[in-house]
Write a protein that binds this ligand. Structure first.
Ligand code: GDP
Length: 173
């Protein structure tokens, strides 16, 4: 345990390639940006500390660094993770259709208590929308996970999505 925090959590970003995972993480972690890279295992992660009540929580958030392109996300990526942001791109229906596969993988490798937040990213590109807000909402309800649309580009809802996940992890642990 680090001395400068009360809790240390691991959370992961998952979803198809180019949905905006790295940009979301960059937005969220930017203030205290510390992106560490492990090219050998193909992951990157960033930390951010937040205060909840009188506790300091340090979230360590892992990004795939592109390894999903090779369909090679391994169980070690999920190991110990208490939360996941499952990201799709609202302008590419195929990334929404992949969610079933990602959810299956999450249920298989993540713990049963894992906090999952479904994120429809690129909400700034409304003119190219292929996935309705309602479709995201319905899937989230069906899968009993939280849901938000975000824009990493315009910095809309990004903070909210990560903080929601972190608060829920804190509440459930
Ligand atoms: P990753 O492969 O899931 O990590 O996706 P990246 O973060 O590398 O983003 C893929 C592409 O989508 C890049 O060209 C980004 O600039 C773009 N992108 C990411 N987030 C947004 C967003 O919210 N809005 C728009 N318009 N483009 C975005």
């Amino acid at each position: 345990m680090d001395e400068d925090c009360d809790y240390l959590f691991k959370a992961v970003l998952i979803g198809d390639s180019a949905v905006g995972k790295s940009n979301l993480l960059y937005r969220f972690a930017k203030d205290e940006f510390f992106l560490d890279s492990k090219p050998t295992i193909g992951v990157e992660f960033a930390y951010r500390s937040i205060k909840v009540g009188d506790k300091i929580i340090k979230a360590q958030i892992w990004d795939t660094a592109g390894q999903e392109r090779f369909r090679a996300i391994t169980s070690s990526y999920y190991r110990g993770a208490l939360g996941a942001l499952l990201v799709y791109d609202i302008t590419r229906k195929s990334t929404f259709e992949s969610l079933k596969k990602w959810l299956k993988e999450l249920r298989e490798f993540g713990g049963p208590e894992m906090v999952v937040v479904l994120v429809g990213n690129k909400s700034d590109l409304l003119h190219s929308r292929e996935v309705n807000l309602e479709d995201g909402r319905s899937l989230a309800t069906l899968e009993q996970v939280s849901f938000m649309e975000t824009s990493a580009k315009e910095n809309l809802n990004v903070e909210e999505a990560f903080l929601h996940m972190i608060h829920r992890i804190y509440e459930t642990t």
